[in-house]
Ligand binder design. Structure first.
Ligand code: PHE
Length: 436
């Protein structure tokens, strides 16, 4: 059933909402290389067109400034940013101890070129290779890809920054960690930051069995101090942190397959707690695979868009991809400035209701990718407004409401209708739905 979903694949036509009705192409050319497709291929032309753009390296772009700002906080680290997004599922998941049945592996959640190749879903996919190259402290910035719903804060391509630091797992390594902890603590106690902490180790968030818990504790402490200090650097100034009104950071225990103990960090900004990053003590299996078994250390991963949206007051995640001078010309490399919105154009809502075919399910992410592929960034939001199974016929009915709105110009109702008709005809063709 799964495999039927992308049984038809549309060759990329320059005209955005004109499908060629071509049969599934046998190969895809990506970054100058040709790759065979197969029955799980689900990457769409809209997604492929983002791969060369590399917003994190575009001068003056907010994502590029944010990257430099974080890099400048870790000046002695290796700064990497040009690794290809094409990775094997082994590298994205298995090498990081993800279980075989992890939901992230599903074709409904990740983009596959074919069974052996996918678009990385996180920068952690490069941990083993970067450690194996001998890097002991490094930052890596890259575009990552996840199938998701459509709204103002989700986009199937976004940018992450991974950071890691490892030491020799012996007395001299641990002495270095202790010294660094001392240095960082004395800096932070004099700063305007209020931290809600959790224990470095707990029964639910334990040291790994092969680690000396005292070592694990020192590393977790170094991780917390390093990231608290980085967050103060990023948010302290913009938030106007003072003694009376310090920057609030809170640590939460969590779980990742490739770290233990693991944490999530939130920052209180603009009246809300924002999830900023995930991190933890690197799973020893990762370091063993990277051929550095005698090291111990930490890693973190953060999403750049979410942070940039609050620091720059950017209201819609699509704006990062805008080529409109009214967006781009507002920013200067190295400076965080408040985005001045240009007028918001009117929305145009269109509904589509349909019965799904008996043998092809329509996952919400399938629907969103189809709409994104037809409408590009003219789609602002997609909501499922109704779903039911007919008690007699057992058929499933779905209704979606699509909000079309351009960020750059006024969209006419006729234009939105053309896009909507193309969505409908692709739905019928790709998923054999019956429009109600
Ligand atoms: N890769 C994780 C994510 O995308 C974040 C992470 C990175 C967590 C490194 C722990 C260590 O959610």
């Amino acid at each position: 059933m799964q495999n039927l979903r992308f049984s038809r694949f549309f060759a990329f036509s320059g005209r955005r909402w004109q499908s060629t009705n071509a049969l599934k192409s046998e190969y895809l050319d990506i970054l100058g290389e040709r790759h065979a497709t197969d029955d799980i291929t689900n990457v769409t032309p809209a997604i492929l067109s983002k791969i060369p753009l590399r917003l994190h390296s575009q001068p003056n772009h907010p994502l590029s400034t944010l990257r430099s700002l974080i890099e400048s906080h870790f000046p002695d680290y290796a700064h990497l940013s040009s690794l290809s997004p094409l990775v094997t599922p082994f590298k994205n998941f298995d090498e990081l101890s993800f279980p075989k049945d992890h939901p992230g592996r599903a074709v409904t959640d990740s983009y596959y070129i074919n069974k052996g190749l996918m678009l990385r879903t996180h920068t952690s996919a490069h941990e083993v290779e970067v450690f194996a190259q001998g890097n002991t402290q490094w930052l890596l910035t890259a575009d990552v890809y996840r199938r998701d719903e459509i709204d103002g804060s989700h986009y199937p391509v976004f940018h992450q920054m991974e950071g890691a630091r490892i030491w020799s797992a012996d007395a001299s390594g641990m002495k270095e960690v202790e010294d660094d902890n001392e240095r960082l603590s004395s800096h932070l106690t004099r700063s305007n930051i209020a931290i809600e902490d959790v224990p470095h180790l707990s029964p639910a968030n334990p040291a790994q069995p092969m680690h000396d818990p005292r070592h694990s504790e020192l590393i977790a402490k170094n991780l917390k101090l390093s990231l608290n200090s980085m967050l103060l650097h990023l948010f302290g100034g913009v938030a106007g942190a003072t003694k009376e009104n310090p920057l609030r950071v809170r640590w939460i225990e969590t779980y990742f397959p490739f770290t233990s103990p693991s944490f999530e960090v939130e920052v209180f900004f603009g009246g809300k707690w924002l999830e900023i990053l995930g991190c933890g003590v690197v799973r020893q299996a990762t370091l063993d695979t990277a051929n550095v078994p005698h090291k111990i250390g930490w890693a973190f991963g953060l999403g750049l868009e979410r942070i940039a949206m609050v620091l720059y007051s950017i209201p819609d995640i699509r704006l990062f991809w805008s080529t409109d001078a009214r967006f781009l010309s507002q920013f200067k490399q190295g400076e965080i400035s408040k985005f001045k919105p240009y007028s918001k154009y009117p929305s145009c809502f269109k509904d589509v209701s349909f019965w799904t075919a008996q043998d092809i399910s329509v996952h919400e992410n399938d629907f969103c990718d189809l709409v994104r592929d037809v409408a590009g960034d003219l789609v602002e939001d997609v909501k499922k407004i109704d779903s039911f199974v007919h008690p007699k016929t057992n058929r499933t009915s779905l209704c979606y409401r699509i909000n079309y709105r351009s960020m750059d110009r006024s969209l006419s109702n006729e234009e939105a209708n053309v896009v909507q008709q193309e969505v409908v005809s692709r739905l019928k063709e790709q998923f054999r739905v019956e429009i109600r």
